[in-house]
Design a binder for this molecule. Sequence first.
Ligand code: HXC
Ligand code: NAP
Length: 293
Amino acid sequence: MNERTNMLRDDALKGQVIVITGGGTGLGLSMARTCLELGASVCITSRKKDVLDKAAAELERTTGGKVMAHACDVRKYLEVETMAKAVRERFGSVHGLVNNAAGNFISPTERLSSKAFEVIIDIVLMGSVNCTLAFGKEWIANREHGRSIVNIVTTYAWTGSGFVVPSACAKAGVLAMTRSLAVEWAKYGIRSNAIAPGPFPTKGAWSRLLPGELMERFDMTERVPLGRMGDHRELADLATYLLSGHSGYINGEVVTIDGGEWLKGAGQFNGLEAVEPDMWDAVEAMVRNVKGS
Ligand code: HXC
Ligand code: NAP
């Protein structure tokens, strides 16, 4: 894959304004870069203004696009409303929202305080709800059609997963919101879709999900049929496609981008990968020799 080429044409998002929560780091930053390369103006928002300012300066320098850095805690609706107003004042209108901000850490659930559970639900579920409400209400009131919401979830939004239970509950809620609003808000010209990434290396996720020696003990690539991690550009291509008019008939979908990871875990016989190729003749002979029921 050519590292430097985007999937969409260079002007695919020209004139669009995209808000990306958690846009100063990790996957949010990568999506912001691709949006800018495709001609959009971007607002990146998260809690840490210094991180956002640094990211915005680097993005503007490397892409030549317009980047607004606005500090906002997505858990706080008033801050989200202020952010939404500020983006509108700066750019006039907003065309796409990427609910990407998240909080997560691994822990046996019985070790969690109620507050620890709540903080993840607040960031992931309520943060996505708050931004969706703030922008959705404006779009509906102003009769602005052709808007796109892209929610970043995970594959355990539908399978569930031990040791990240608050995140699994919150992401399941975000997926339910995605599918619900895809129907309810379609009449306003607002599409809602989700992306479920598999493992994509980022400092934020890796330091909290695979700290220290866990990184070596749980080689994520072994879980992925394609035998590798995701490339940020692959996810950014998908996100920008879902934001753009090219995906105008896709609504209520969750697109998995995980190299086949979750299906490998789900299929009961996928573990037979461990059978050596030269054993299969003997296995076949045994099966063919079975007589009766
Ligand atoms: C148990 C913990 C804990 C831990 C915090 N808490 N860390 N409990 N184990 N490791 C508890 C605290 O003791 C406290 O409860 C409560 O959680 C709130 O903690 P604070 O530190 O006050 O919260 P805050 O400063 O708001 O920080 C939020 C955070 C932090 C989620 C804890 O990690 C953060 O800011 N994360 C943002 C970025 C992030 O998480 N990125 C990863 C996304 S990756 P008490 O009861 O003591 O008050 C992702 C990938 C999914 O989602 C899929 C991968 C394949
Ligand atoms: P990341 O770099 O840690 O991104 C999380 C972002 O959320 C940070 O920029 C953080 O910035 C922001 N954030 C956290 N709490 C916030 C709050 N209260 N208000 C506003 N912003 C807040 O991790 P990432 O790996 O790129 O994750 C991005 C998204 O992808 C998340 O939704 C995650 O669940 C999803 N995902 C990632 C993977 C993966 O393998 N990396 C897999 C599946 C899903 P501040 O700290 O400055 O607030």
